[in-house]
Design a protein around this ligand. Sequence first.
Ligand code: ZN
Ligand code: ZN
Ligand code: ZN
Length: 167
Amino acid sequence: MVGPMSRALAWTSLLRPSIISVMDAVNPTTAALQVSGYRMTTARRSVAQLIGDRKGPFTAADLTRDAADQRMAIGRATIFRTLDVLAELHAVERLDLPTGEHAYVVCEPVHHHHVICSNCGASTDVDDAGWRSVVRDIETKTGYRIDDHRLELFGRCGDCRADGHPT
Ligand SMILES: [Zn+2]
Ligand SMILES: [Zn+2]
Ligand SMILES: [Zn+2]
């Protein structure tokens, strides 16, 4: 069985300059689409470009606005569909916000977690080290074999705390 992790690693190993033009290698989302065998439609390329121009987490609504600003002829539905494809490829990660909305962030396709600022939306990648023993513990207690998990932590980043926002 091919799990999401091994699929993610499979496309990383394909990210060599020999197969991907240097220009596309600059944008990891474009590269992921190319090596995955998904057809690189104009719409998908445009969405990958919009994502490449973004810094930090973004929502589908952000991309829809960006597309409108740049007079790109791509609609909401295409943006949502492309984000689904990219999330499936682990080229972007979907973050569940406390508001119930989703944000997306471009990440290394390696398992990790995020600390997200609820004030400004900044996000920091954190590795898994301390969490692994907790997962093993849960396996022992429940008898499950845990294949996957997600964990996002919300709070206020250093900048926002320094700005004197109430905690
Ligand atoms: Zn990340
Ligand atoms: Zn912040
Ligand atoms: Zn983890």
